[in-house]
Design a protein around this ligand. Structure first.
Ligand code: NAD
Ligand code: UDP
Length: 312
């Protein structure tokens, strides 16, 4: 049993992680400023005496006695992280410094939720951890991409300078129940549009690719990484290597929902990466991890979730 702090614990991934770690018998502090997270995601955990919900913003210092920190706080959807880009970069930089300071004082292990966005619009395919990426430092995605890159730098510098126990997970596109209705990312958008029989909004020509990991698989990878031997710090890719075009995903979701929706094509947002697929050899070798949920069963579980909350 450990005392575990989860920042961004009321968000999509954070709420699944809170539930899993609580069920394993740990004491959880779930910290969130509720920018994109919601109490609804963790309402069923409130009242459990091992679960504590704290409204706090990680750009301010936070003091507690903990054994492990999962630093997930940061809006992840492009529309949300671009809403207040300065706040986004402060969250990744000042927020991560605050969490590293806490880890240092408590001698806690800290895991940083990094992202495939550190590879930018990648010139190497599939992406391996040794690739340094192709990131625009002054574009509309930079507040997120460069913020996350700087957070990785802070992690390794605290490790080298102060011997902090760190873990860096490079998370690739993850989906599942509890994504917010207004999240704006592709899987939730397409499912909601399909369930409402509204047009499916494909950006660009839909030939760009992503690789989608079901949330339960990701949570398993994060926990294995956190509890791996101290000398394995990452960065390590966590994602599902099966690659899809966005147009292909739109068609699959129309089929799985039996929807009457048609596809409409909208302009491609600036700096939208053309392709993305994780090489997960490192995760397989070091953590004995690979995702087990195929796209159809993951999508069906997510469709059921949105079906129930949309009440249609
Ligand atoms: P999310 O937006 O659902 O969750 C983020 C949570 O952090 C929310 O609950 C939000 O309210 C909270 N938050 C934001 N800024 C905060 C701050 N300053 N202080 C305290 N709380 C704050 O997104 P998610 O998909 O659950 O992503 C979780 C983490 O995983 C993020 O760090 C994200 O960058 C990373 N990640 C996610 C994906 C993905 O596909 N879901 C991919 C790569 C990386
Ligand atoms: N996308 C789309 N329609 C939408 C939402 C997203 O075609 O309604 C595209 C988007 O342009 C990108 C891909 O789907 O090419 C994944 O977008 P998302 O915002 O989910 O994640 P990210 O771009 O950060 O990988």
């Amino acid at each position: 049993m450990k005392r575990i702090l989860i920042t961004g614990g009321a968000g999509f991934i954070g709420s699944h992680l809170s539930e899993k770690l609580l069920n394993q018998g740990n004491d959880i502090i779930c910290l969130d400023n509720f920018f994109t997270g919601s109490k609804d995601n963790i309402r069923h955990l409130i009242g459990n005496n091992k679960f504590e919900l704290v409204r706090h913003d990680i750009i301010k210092e936070y003091l507690a006695e903990v054994d492990q920190i999962y630093n997930l706080a940061c809006p992840a959807s492009p529309i949300h992280y671009q809403y207040n880009p300065i706040k986004t970069i402060k969250t990744s930089v000042i927020g991560t410094i605050n969490m590293l300071g806490l880890a240092k004082r408590c001698k806690a292990s800290i895991l940083q939720a990094s992202t495939s966005e550190v590879y930018g619009d990648p010139k190497i395919h599939p992406q391996v951890e040794s690739y340094w990426g192709n990131v625009n430092p002054i574009g509309i995605r930079s507040c997120y991409d460069e913020g996350k890159r700087c957070a990785e730098t802070l992690m390794v510098d605290y490790h080298r300078q102060h011997k902090i126990k760190i873990k860096i997970a490079r998370i690739f596109n993850t989906y599942g129940p509890k994504m917010a209705l207004n999240d704006g990312r592709v899987i939730s958008n397409f499912i909601i549009q399909a369930l409402k029989n509204e047009p499916i909004t494909v950006y660009g020509n839909g030939k760009q690719t992503r690789s989608f990991c079901y949330v339960d698989d990701l949570i398993e990878g994060l926990i294995l990484l956190m509890n791996s031997s101290d000398d394995f710090i990452g960065p390590v890719n966590l994602g599902n290597p099966q690659e899809f075009t966005i147009e292909g995903i739109a068609k699959l979701i129309i089929e799985l929902t039996n929807s009457n929706s048609n596809i409409v094509y909208k302009p491609l947002p600036q700096d939208d990466p053309i392709q993305r697929e994780p090489d997960i050899t490192l995760a397989k070798n070091q953590l004995n991890w690979s995702p087990t949920t195929d796209i159809k069963s993951g999508l069906l579980k997510t469709i059921n979730y949105f079906h129930s909350i949309l009440n249609i």
